[in-house]
Design a protein around this ligand. Sequence first.
Ligand SMILES: *Cc1c(COP(=O)(O)O)cnc(C)c1O
Length: 362
Amino acid sequence: MSRPITATIHAGAMHHNLATVRTRAPSSRVMAMVKADGYGHGLETAVSALRDADAFGVAAIEDAQRIRALGLSQPILVLSGFDSVEDLDQLRRLRADSIVHHPAQLDMLEQADGAPIRCWLKIDTGMHRLGFAPDRVREAHARLGAARGVEGDIVLMSHFASSDEFEGGSDHGRQTRRQLQVFADATAGLPGPRSLANSAAILGWPGSHGDWVRPGGALFGMSVVHGRPASDFGLQPAMTFATRLLAVNQIGKGEPIGYSATWETPEDMRLGVAAVGYGDGYPRLAPAGTPVLVNGTPAQVVGRVSMDLMTIDLRGHPDARAGDPVVLWGAGLPIESVADAAGTIAYELTCSITRRVRFVES
Ligand SMILES: *Cc1c(COP(=O)(O)O)cnc(C)c1O
């Protein structure tokens, strides 16, 4: 038999989520972040559903190529930028924009021959990943402005580390407030559009919106704030991950279930075996108690998740039988509840789905 496991991608939900983001940030243009194959939803599917976005953000030049192949003409920002003349040539050919985060890139743009490209100047306001230190921003900006490899407005951008802590009590949001201040000081008086806000900042820090917002998770209907499902913000899940029961067995009391016998039947009970495992991208660390839906009703994972299979407590599901549908997350079961149980975030779950899962569009 072929495996009954599917990831159904809801284009309508993405479309709705983009409209929701626009309502939240009415004066900003929206760059849809679709890195990591559209957060695991499939780049082409995501971009097609989000074709009304004002721009797209990707991690790699190859992704920009895939978007152009769909015939879309919006700006595409390549987050990793370039580190060779060949990269620069490709960016030009694809009419893609680049992040500039490092002095070596300034050298290359000053020496470039060939058509100029548009640049987004990345400022490290306190996350300490990529970007120019605040006291180097003016010099970098001046060099970019004069470089022959650069055209158009230079966008001033930064990225938040903790914008999921919304503005509130004294300690809350301190890092974001500080990053906003560092950004304002570093860019004061410089011309050009501003871009700071990821999904959480779009929802919780309206003062950060600027000229371009850059939502990722929100477009896929995933929670961006700990303890609050995406539905709290009117967002709809863009993926339903589902499979079927392969078997339903009656097991006696006190029997060990699965690898390493991590769970034991507390009574005589019915146990479901579902066709899904970590080989499909379901988190192996999901403990007993992680929620699923069997025939649309809540049930729980028990025992250790294995490569192809996992076991489900079917007490309270007297009618469940082999072939019945099991929803792992998505419509009717917030992905956040699964991520919380497994000690991770929703983003990692959708990004971890493996190639053997069949993707379906709805
Ligand atoms: C991924 C990413 C985003 C989007 O973040 P979300 O939390 O998914 O909204 C925005 N900006 C940059 C630079 C990113 O890498």
